[in-house]
Design a protein around this ligand. Structure first.
Ligand code: SF4
Ligand code: SF4
Length: 89
């Protein structure tokens, strides 16, 4: 299939060309002691800001996280809290 078929109106990088993190006024904080590693936050995050690694399991990244709070809304264990940007450590 022609590679161009996958291009988006914002370029080859798709949504990642947008500096979505610059929109953020709140940021998600994950409580690993409550997390059951179900992966719902990763499934729902619209910008792929939730990652997984063998040693750490699910974790949040902030390069593209726009602070929408969907991960916190969907977490079945309330393991993700939204904090005002700049208030965490
Ligand atoms: S949705 Fe909640 S419980 Fe599930 S992996 Fe994410 S933080 Fe952990
Ligand atoms: S706040 Fe929104 S963009 Fe950030 S990790 Fe959660 S779902 Fe993804």
């Amino acid at each position: 299939m022609d590679k161009r078929a996958f291009r988006t109106p914002v370029g080859d990088e798709g949504l990642y060309i947008l500096d979505t993190a610059s929109w953020r006024t709140t940021r998600p904080i994950m409580d690993k002691s409550t997390c059951i590693n179900c992966g719902l936050c990763m499934a729902y995050c619209p910008v792929n800001a939730v990652k997984w690694a063998k040693d750490t399991k699910f974790f949040l990244t902030y390069d593209y996280c726009k602070g929408c709070g969907i991960c916190a809304q969907e977490c079945p264990k309330n393991a993700i809290m939204m904090e005002k940007e700049g208030e965490d450590t």
